[in-house]
Design a protein around this ligand. Structure first.
Ligand code: F0G
Length: 457
């Protein structure tokens, strides 16, 4: 086990502190800058001296789609020319990435944006976008000969980490907030063999304990402060642009929790522009739940001022448990890509999230609640005129519908907001609800139900 083994080939990629610009030779245990304590990121000085030929890269990546080689079949490792080097023998892959881009015809009609697509990152091996970053960061742990990897999670990171650790013959330690993650996600980390600790705190409390732990024990930190996670997650945007024949959409919209994903997608967009793989930047917008909106508040508070932005942590609360995060680690990285791409931030209510989720479901796609903030946010951005009807929009759906069936069932039964302050507002979602009918085992009863449905359709 050695931390220096996580050092990269310095001629191509280097670690850099996002705040003070220091270039550490290798990452510390907490992946923070030893000079100023801020986050690290990878930069690629090698591209300045020998810039890769964009046409050659595009054709190489396409050619790999017909290869039988494990790494070429991964939608992450296929783009390895844009990633730091990790020796092939350490790569742990479940053939992640390769996720579909779907047109959303009904959602397009309801938002008044014809060209509306969803990049469904829930179609990854463990059913969330986390796999794209995890394949890369877990491989770096393997390269560093770690026995143990660990994360704090709202459920998807832990599911993904547990799977990749198992594939790489490593032990995994999961810290999750007790009672605040979905059963689907919890069951995954159990089945993949993680040591799963449900702590009596929230996600932010789990992060605090984990940061202490990595200082005392030889475990490798797999939260998204780990810059290898961000590198792997970049490939979602590269794959998206390849699917769009390298024509940038006008807008990409992502949910914001700990803000690793938005940072990664934004980083990829900026790097693709630098390498001339694309000729213009999409605007990257970030949507948070109102009950977990520290980033939204920061952006709004400091917009148009010359003050140095500061994030005020909050106690987060939302039924979209994946993004129940009050102190997002990567907020400075996200702010940078928001500014660089000219994107916006929005916040959406619990009822708006639930309605948007059912609408995405009605397009035959489905997603988990946190992913649905993207459609709810799009509606607001359309309303404000930031997104125009003729523009092209891609929503990044981060998790699969089956991650949180409890939410879905309660919504369709009309129970989701019962007894909460949102009960009144939720009445407007009735037309979206499709509660199951319990009938006698009788043909006549089924035909009557069918006829009623037909009349109402
Ligand atoms: N959507 C889903 C389904 C998520 O699981 C998460 C984060 C996000 C969106 C937000 O992404 O944190 O990169 O801004 N889930 C983390 C976890 C925190 O532990 O699974 P982010």
């Amino acid at each position: 086990m050695s931390l220096s083994a996580t050092a990269t080939d310095q001629s191509v990629s280097r670690l850099r502190c996002i705040a003070c610009g220091d270039h550490p030779h290798s990452a510390g245990k907490d992946f923070r800058c030893t000079v100023c304590g801020d986050l690290l990121e990878f930069c690629f000085p090698g591209w300045t001296s020998a810039s890769p030929d964009p046409a050659a890269l595009k054709s190489l990546w396409l050619k790999r789609c017909t290869s039988r080689h494990d790494l070429d079949q991964s939608g992450v490792w296929r783009f390895r020319e844009l990633l730091p080097h990790i020796p092939e023998e350490h790569a742990i892959t479940l053939r992640e990435g390769n996720t579909p881009l779907y047109h959303l015809p009904r959602c397009a009609r309801s938002t008044g944006v014809d060209n509306l697509h969803a990049k469904h990152q829930g179609m990854n091996p463990t059913a969330s976008f986390k796999d794209t970053g995890m394949t890369f960061a877990a491989s770096s742990a393997h390269h560093g000969k770690f026995r143990w990897v660990a994360c704090a999670s709202t459920g998807n990171t832990s599911a993904s980490m547990a799977a990749y650790a198992a594939r790489g013959n490593m032990h995994s330690l999961v810290l999750i907030p007790d009672g605040k993650i979905s059963w689907g996600k919890l069951s995954q980390s159990l089945d993949y063999g993680a040591l799963t600790c449900q702590l009596r705190t929230d996600f932010d409390g789990c992060v605090r304990i984990l940061n202490e732990l990595v200082r005392q024990k030889p475990v490798y930190l797999l939260n998204s402060v780990n810059p290898y996670r961000i590198e792997g997650q970049k490939t979602a945007a590269i794959e998206l642009l390849e699917q769009l024949a390298w024509e940038s959409p006008d807008h990409i919209i992502v949910p914001g929790g700990n803000l690793g994903n938005s940072s990664a997608i934004g980083k990829a967009l900026l790097e693709m522009l630098e390498l001339k793989l694309i000729s213009r930047l999409p605007k990257l917008s970030i949507i948070q739940a109102t009950g977990a909106n520290p980033f939204y508040r920061t952006v709004r508070e400091f917009a148009g001022t010359n003050l140095e932005p500061k994030l005020e942590p909050m106690t987060a609360n939302t039924l979209a448990t994946a993004i129940r995060i009050g102190n997002p680690a990567s907020w400075k990285k996200a702010l940078r890509v928001l500014d660089a791409t000219g994107g916006e931030v929005e916040e959406v209510s619990e009822v708006e999230i639930a309605a948007a989720k059912a609408e995405i479901g009605a397009d035959g796609i489905g997603c988990e609640p946190a992913s649905a903030v993207t459609l709810a946010g799009l509606k607001k951005l359309r309303h404000r005129g930031f997104v125009k009807s003729g523009e092209s929009v891609v929503l990044v759906l981060t998790g699969h519908l089956l991650k949180d069936p409890d939410f879905t069932i309660k919504f369709h039964r009309g129970d989701l907001f019962a007894g909460t302050p949102d009960e009144g507002e939720a009445l407007q979602t009735k037309p979206l609800q499709r509660a199951p009918l319990v009938l006698d085992a009788d043909l006549g009863a089924v035909i009557a139900a069918l006829d009623t449905a037909e009349r109402n359709s």
